[in-house]
Design a protein around this ligand. Structure first.
Ligand SMILES: [Zn+2]
Length: 247
């Protein structure tokens, strides 16, 4: 921490940790407890991190909803647009953010993950201070639980067609460059585009939810190439080939 010696007359900071410092898991987080959590089931510990946007007007209303017992939703963390970090549920506990869905054939994502909400309505870019805070938080979670970068996923990855967050404006490649999400590379493998192969590669990459091909294509593009449009093309398959190699 490297605290300077206080000037004469100014009391030294207490050596006893405050309630906040003692309770939160992440450095700099503000403890804002939610009643909406339970124990992780079957002795599971986090092997995934699920990224969301709140789709709400601001951090204050999101915080209220995520801590409202009637709403029955929560997340471990909320990051404001100015980079403020709130922790609502201990990482050892099961927060209620993921809902129905699966990843790599495994359900009960809430028991397997740490959930991070980003204050964003869903129709505008993410703030730099907010993404910088996410980049400070993710390494702590990954190292605490031994989670590989490939374990950082979007809500839309595990619930294709039902959920669309963190959405096309979320810069996955920025996280990938820092090894904070599973990487990609354009393999340039020769060959045509087969829907069967696309579905198989998507399944190998983790997209195992039982959805139709168009919904699957939309979810894969949200993660890997949100600029992609129209019918299935070779780039859709190429990003998955690379993603599968990296898993
Ligand atoms: Zn979500």
């Amino acid at each position: 921490m490297g605290m300077a010696t206080p000037a004469p007359g100014i009391p030294r900071r207490s050596a006893v940790p405050s309630r906040t410092e003692a309770t939160v898991d992440a450095a700099g987080a503000i403890w804002h407890p939610s009643p909406n959590f339970g124990p992780r089931r079957d002795g599971l510990t986090p092997s995934l991190v699920v990224i969301h946007y709140t789709a709400m007007e601001g951090a204050a209303s999101a915080l209220e909803r995520l801590c409202d017992p009637v709403a029955e939703v929560s997340a471990h963390y909320l990051i404001g647009q100015d980079g403020t970090l709130w922790q609502m549920v201990r990482e050892t506990d099961r927060a209620w953010h993921a809902g129905a869905g699966e990843w790599h054939g495994q359900g009960d994502i809430n028991s397997r993950s740490v959930g991070i909400e980003l204050d964003n309505r869903g129709d505008h870019p993410f703030a730099e201070a907010q993404i910088a805070a996410l980049e400070r938080l993710l390494p702590q979670i990954l190292s605490r639980w031994g989670i590989a970068p490939q374990g950082v996923i979007g809500h839309s990855d595990m619930a294709p067609g039902r959920k669309f967050d963190p959405g096309p404006r979320f810069d996955w490649q920025r996280l990938e460059r820092q090894n904070l999400a599973g990487g990609r590379a354009f393999s340039g493998a020769p060959g045509g585009v087969s829907t069967d192969e696309f579905v198989r590669l998507a399944c190998d990459a983790g997209f195992t939810s039982d959805v139709d091909e168009d919904t699957l294509l939309a979810a894969v593009r949200l993660r890997y190439r949100p600029w992609g449009q129209g019918a299935l093309c070779s780039e859709d398959v190429d990003v998955l080939r690379a993603a599968t190699l990296n898993n």
